[in-house]
Write a protein of this length. Structure first.
Lengths: 138, 515
C-alpha cells in the first residue's frame, strides 16, 4: 500500500506540498486544549460533552499522526482518490427542478413556498453528540 | 439591471465579466466574514489597483492604499453549476431546486460544461493563465440558506490566475485627460451560490428560497493602508456594495477612515464592515464571532478538472467530455480593447470617444449603421452620435434600442446638413425627428421651411440692410475688432430665420465691407 502511494506521487508532476494550513502541532502533541474544543464545537456544531470524548479525540489524532512516520519528502500529496478519473461534464440543459411541493414536505415549518429557519441569533441546532453515556439497562 | 463595476459591452451580451474569489495579496489566508457567491456558477477575480493617497498631515506621513476587489458574477447558463435545474429570475420560490440543490442526502454535484467554458473565456479575456488542472474544495460555514453546511468553491487551485485588465479613466479638472491604468487579476474561480434568505422580523423567522439567481454582480472590497516601503496594513472587508458609484464612495471613505484612525494613534481591526448609503460611511457589521475558519477540504466527489489545448487534446475521446482552450479562444468575441483600437485607427477617433461609443449598449452598432449610409466625415458622425443623439437619449433616459431616430434618419439629416440646410436648422430638425415618429428629415425641412436660402440676391439684400442698420458695428469691424464681424453674422442669421449658412454670410459681408 505504501509503495503504490509513492509510485503515484512520483508519476505526478513535481510540486511542493500543497494543502490547507494544519492547526495541529507537527509533532503530534497529545493534548487538545479547551480553547480548541470550544472552537471545534462552534465550527462543527458537535458537542464533546465530556472528558472521555476529548480523550477519544486525542487518541484519534494520535492514530492518524502515525502517517507522519512515512517520509513523503518530494512526493506530491494525493488529494483525491478520484484523481485518475475523468470529471464528467454535463450539457447545459434543464432536466430537473420543479418539485417544490415534494421538497417542502421535508420541512416541519413552511410559509407559502418558503422553508422557514429561525433567525441567526436564535439558531437552535442541536449539536451532534460525540459521546453517549453507557446504557444502564442491557 | 445591476450596474456592473466595470462597464464595457460586446453588443448583444449583458455582461462578460466574472468575479473574484480569494484574497488580495495581503496574504492573510482566508478572508474574514462569510462570502456568498454563485451556486449555479459564479466565477471570481481579484484586482489590485494601487492608489496612492497623499495627504501629508500630522507628521507628514505619506500613505498608500491597497484595494482588492472580490467580484461575484453570475454565469449566463441555462442550468446550474452543479445540477440540472434551471437558472431564472423571479420564479416561484424553491421551484428551480433539484434534490442536490436542497442538499438531500445521497445527491452528488455534476459539473456544467457551459460554466467551465464561461470561466475559461473570462480568463482568456482577462489575459489570465488558464490552469490545465484545477481543483474543487469545500468551504464550511453554517447559515440557514446553505443547506449543505458548505459551499463548493476553488480555493487552492482555481481555473485561472494572474491576469490583468487595462482600463482608462478621465482625469484632470474637466475630466478631459485620459489615462490608462492596469488592475491585476489574482484569480478566477468557479463557485456555488448560497440561497436567498428573507428576514421576517415581525415573526422572528427567516424564509429560505433555494432558487439562487439573485443579483447578477456583487462586489466586496478589501482595503488597507500603509506607509510606502513598509509592510501592508491590516485590512477590512467592506460588503453590501451594489453600484459602481457607491463602491467608489465606500472605498474612499474607508481609506480616509483608516488613515485618520492610524494618524490618531489607533489601530485597524481585521473586520467586516458594510456601507451605509444614507450616511455615506462604513460601519462594522455584527460581530461574526471572530475570524471565520472555513475548514477547507478537497471536494471528495469531484475529480480534478482537466483542460486541454489543441496540442494536448487526447485522441479518441468524446468531444463533449473535453474542453479545448484554443477552440474557446477562437470563439471569443472581439474584445472591447481591440474594437476601440480599431475605431481609433479607422476613423481617427479620439480614445475617449471610442470609450463613449462602447459604453452604451447598441451605440456602436448605431454609429456603424450611420457610417454605412452616409459619406460624411467620420468625425462629423461621431459628433452627431455622441453629442446630439446621445444627449437626447440621456435627457429622456432612453436606451439606444428605444430611440425614435433611426440611423438612416440621422444619415439623411447629415446629408441635408451639408447641402441643403444650416447646422442650426439641422439641430431643429433633429429635435423634431425625436418628437414625431415616422417623418423623414426631408419632410420636416419642407414643413418648417428650413431650406437654405437659395436666393443669393435676397441674402445680399439682407446683408446690406443689416450693415446699414448697424453703423457702429461696421465701424468696429473696420477698426479691426475681430469679434465685431460675428455680431453682424449673428444679426443676419436671425434675419434669415436660420436659413443661411454662417460661412456664406461671412463671405458676403466681408465682400460688401470690402475687407
Amino acid at each position: 500500500m505504501w509503495t503504490r502511494r509513492v509510485w503515484l506521487g512520483l508519476r505526478a508532476s513535481a510540486g511542493g506540498r500543497r494543502g490547507f494550513p494544519s492547526k495541529a502541532d507537527p509533532q503530534g502533541s497529545r493534548r487538545v486544549t479547551a480553547e480548541l474544543i470550544e472552537h471545534l464545537e462552534r465550527l462543527a456544531l458537535v458537542d464533546f460533552g465530556s472528558q472521555e470524548a476529548v480523550a477519544r479525540l486525542e487518541k484519534a489524532i494520535a492514530f492518524a499522526n502515525r502517517l507522519r512516520a512515512v517520509d513523503t519528502d518530494g512526493v506530491e500529496p494525493m488529494e483525491s482518490v478520484l484523481e485518475d478519473r475523468c470529471l464528467y461534464l454535463r450539457s447545459d440543459n434543464v432536466v430537473e427542478g420543479n418539485c417544490a411541493e415534494e421538497l417542502l414536505q421535508n420541512s416541519h415549518h413552511v410559509v407559502e413556498e418558503y422553508f422557514v429557519a429561525p433567525p441567526e441569533k436564535h439558531m437552535e441546532i442541536t449539536p451532534f453528540c460525540l459521546w453517549t453515556p453507557p446504557s444502564k439497562h442491557h | 439591471m445591476a450596474t456592473p463595476v466595470l462597464r464595457w459591452c460586446c453588443p448583444g451580451r449583458r455582461w462578460v465579466f466574472a468575479g473574484i474569489g480569494g484574497v488580495s495579496r495581503h496574504g492573510r489566508g482566508v478572508p474574514t466574514g462569510s462570502t456568498s457567491s454563485g451556486k449555479r456558477g459564479q466565477s471570481s477575480v481579484a484586482q489590485q489597483p494601487l492608489i496612492t493617497a497623499q495627504k501629508p498631515r500630522k507628521g507628514e506621513r505619506e500613505w498608500a492604499a491597497v484595494v482588492g476587489l472580490e467580484i461575484h458574477a453570475q454565469i449566463a447558463s441555462n442550468s446550474k453549476l452543479f445540477s440540472g435545474s434551471q437558472v431564472d429570475f423571479a420564479a416561484p420560490p424553491n421551484s428551480l431546486v433539484s434534490f442536490f440543490d436542497a442538499s438531500l442526502p445521497g445527491t452528488l454535484p455534476v459539473l456544467n460544461r457551459r460554466c467551465v467554458e464561461a470561466a475559461v473565456m473570462t480568463g482568456l479575456a482577462l489575459d489570465c493563465h488558464i490552469n490545465r488542472r484545477s481543483l474543487f474544495d469545500r468551504k464550511h460555514y453554517f447559515y440557514a440558506d446553505l443547506p449543505a453546511g458548505y459551499q463548493i468553491t476553488q480555493q487552492r487551485l482555481p481555473i485561472a490566475v494572474n491576469g490583468s485588465l487595462v482600463y482608462s479613466v478621465c482625469v484632470g479638472k474637466r475630466r478631459s485627460q485620459m489615462v490608462t491604468k492596469t488592475a491585476g487579476v489574482k484569480q478566477i474561480q468557479l463557485e456555488q451560490d448560497s440561497g436567498k434568505s428573507l428576514h421576517d422580523s415581525l415573526r422572528s423567522q427567516t424564509l429560505i428560497d433555494l432558487n439562487r439567481a439573485e443579483g447578477q454582480l456583487r462586489v466586496d472590497a478589501n482595503i488597507s493602508v500603509h506607509n510606502p516601503g513598509e509592510p501592508l496594513g491590516v485590512r477590512t472587508e467592506v460588503k453590501n456594495l451594489n453600484s459602481a458609484r457607491f463602491l467608489a464612495k465606500a472605498i474612499d471613505y474607508e481609506i480616509q477612515r483608516q488613515i485618520n484612525e492610524l494618524e490618531n494613534g489607533g489601530k485597524i481591526l481585521n473586520e467586516t464592515r458594510s456601507f451605509d448609503y444614507k450616511l455615506g460611511c462604513t460601519v462594522p457589521m455584527r460581530d461574526k464571532e471572530g475570524k471565520q475558519d472555513y475548514r477547507f477540504m478537497p471536494e471528495p466527489n469531484l475529480p480534478p478538472l482537466l483542460l486541454y489545448d489543441s496540442e494536448s487534446l487526447p485522441t479518441g475521446t468524446d468531444p463533449q467530455q473535453v474542453i479545448n482552450i484554443d477552440q474557446l479562444r477562437e470563439q471569443l468575441p472581439e474584445l472591447p480593447r481591440v474594437t476601440r483600437e480599431k475605431l481609433v485607427q479607422q476613423y481617427g477617433m479620439l480614445p475617449e470617444h471610442s470609450f463613449a461609443l462602447l459604453n452604451e449598449v447598441g451605440l456602436l452598432e448605431f454609429f456603424q449603421n450611420v457610417i454605412k449610409e452616409t459619406r460624411a466625415e467620420p468625425k462629423k458622425v461621431t459628433s452627431w452620435v455622441l453629442n446630439t443623439f446621445l444627449g437626447f437619449l440621456k435627457q429622456q433616459n432612453l436606451a439606444v434600442s428605444e430611440s425614435p431616430v433611426t440611423p438612416s434618419a440621422l444619415a439623411e439629416l447629415d446629408l441635408l446638413d451639408r447641402k441643403a440646410i444650416s447646422s442650426s436648422a439641422a439641430k431643429q430638425v433633429f429635435q423634431e425627428l425625436w418628437r414625431s415618429k415616422g417623418k423623414t428629415p426631408a419632410q420636416i425641412v419642407a414643413e418648417k421651411k428650413l431650406e437654405l436660402m437659395q436666393d443669393a440676391e435676397a441674402l445680399e439684400q439682407l446683408c446690406r440692410s443689416t450693415l446699414e442698420a448697424h453703423p457702429q458695428v461696421v465701424t468696429d469691424v473696420k477698426k479691426g475688432n475681430p469679434r465685431a464681424i460675428n455680431k453682424l453674422i449673428g444679426l443676419v442669421r436671425r434675419a434669415t430665420l436660420g436659413r443661411a449658412d454662417p460661412t456664406v454670410i461671412k463671405e458676403v459681408l466681408e465682400r460688401q465691407l470690402s475687407l
